[in-house]
Design a protein around this ligand. Structure first.
Ligand code: ADP
Ligand code: MG
Length: 318
């Protein structure tokens, strides 16, 4: 029986630290990423993909800011859609080329995806997610006064705009996506956590200025496509206890109960490993077979249960 896997790719799958973000760099990284992913497709796993978009949407925001005198600047929802489109383009093109090279008969498609959030989500009253470029304090103060935006000083690196990070509630295109997956296509969807949208009193959708966590949105999508396994691929091989201390300890196979205890003890940082662990736990608690946090180059070993952090429900623990 073939197993369906939803893979959430971290930022480093598309852009490495220190790189500028040229098309050549991004396509080269994606080629490397796709090679790893096709190894699992060749083993018979059905693949659904989602990905981050931080640096890419950051670049689009700079382009919008710098040319706003010539071309109308677009909102964050439009910028998110743009980033999904071009990252999806790169992934689908490379998937096409690498499948052809391997003689694999697989087609890939990207679905520009909206994800519904609750307008009453408490995140809207406390924006926390930094987006876009760094500015000087003077500029930040001007923007706060002129545009009702919230800005924060980001770890001594300058001032940055912050936006709300609400909970993903519903993937609008979920039926289309599931249909495509059922038909055997490799689907790229919900990039950057999806384009956040709300519904008005008539049920009509409208875009909002927010960023949804890509791992939490990936978990929703994993449920929607009935994935057996939810795999979060990042730049560390495991979720680690006592991270960055002399007593750090990588986690292998853990139960929901054990992982919840570690969360409570504060081992996983908010904004990085925290949401990954939360998303992984949610998947297994909602009935998924297994959630994995692993490093990209270990994806195949992780699916075999030989690498990464594997979260399973108590019942499955041998
Ligand atoms: P991605 O771009 O892959 O989504 P993030 O940068 O958001 O990745 O999260 C991965 C990072 O989380 C790691 O590079 C690591 O520095 C950090 N991290 C924080 N706490 C932990 C922990 N307890 N175990 C492992 N990594 C952690
Ligand atoms: Mg990162």
């Amino acid at each position: 029986m073939s197993s369906r896997v939803l893979v959430a790719l971290g930022g480093n799958a598309i852009l490495q630290p220190g790189q500028k973000g040229t098309a050549v760099e991004q396509l080269a990284n994606i080629t490397h990423t796709v090679e790893q992913l096709l190894d699992i497709v060749e083993k018979g796993y059905e693949l659904v993909l989602t990905h981050g978009n931080g640096p890419q949407v950051g670049a689009i925001l700079i382009q919008n800011e710098m040319s706003r005198e010539q071309v109308p600047a677009m909102g964050l929802d439009f910028c998110g859609a743009e980033s999904q489109g071009f990252i999806g383009y790169m992934l689908c093109q490379v998937l096409h080329n690498e499948c052809m090279a391997r003689g694999l008969k697989k087609d890939a498609v990207c679905v520009v995806t909206q994800v519904e959030v609750n307008p009453d989500d408490k995140a809207f009253s406390t924006p926390t997610k930094p987006v876009g470029p760094f500015y000087s304090q003077a500029e930040a103060e001007l923007r706060m006064a002129q545009r009702c935006e919230r800005w924060i000083e980001d770890a001594g690196r300058g001032w940055r705009k912050v936006v709300p990070s609400p909970e993903p509630k519903n993937v609008i295109e979920k039926e289309v996506i599931r249909e495509l997956v059922d038909r055997g296509f490799i689907v790229v969807a919900s990039g950057g956590g999806g384009i956040p949208v709300c519904r008005d009193a008539q049920g009509r959708l409208y875009g909002v200025e927010a960023v949804i966590d890509k791992d939490l949105a990936g978990e929703r999508l994993a449920q929607d496509v009935h994935a057996d396994t939810f795999v979060i691929l990042t730049d560390v091989p495991n979720a680690i206890l006592n991270y960055n201390t002399p007593h750090q300890m990588p986690l292998g196979k853990v139960t929901i109960e054990e992982m919840e205890k570690y969360v409570e003890e504060g081992h996983f940082r908010a904004g990085s490993m925290g949401p990954k662990v939360q998303a992984a736990l949610r998947f297994v608690k909602d009935g998924g077979d297994r959630a994995i946090i692993a490093r990209l180059d270990q994806v195949l070993a992780a699916l075999k249960g030989e690498a990464g952090t594997q979260i399973v429900s108590e019942a499955d623990q041998e």
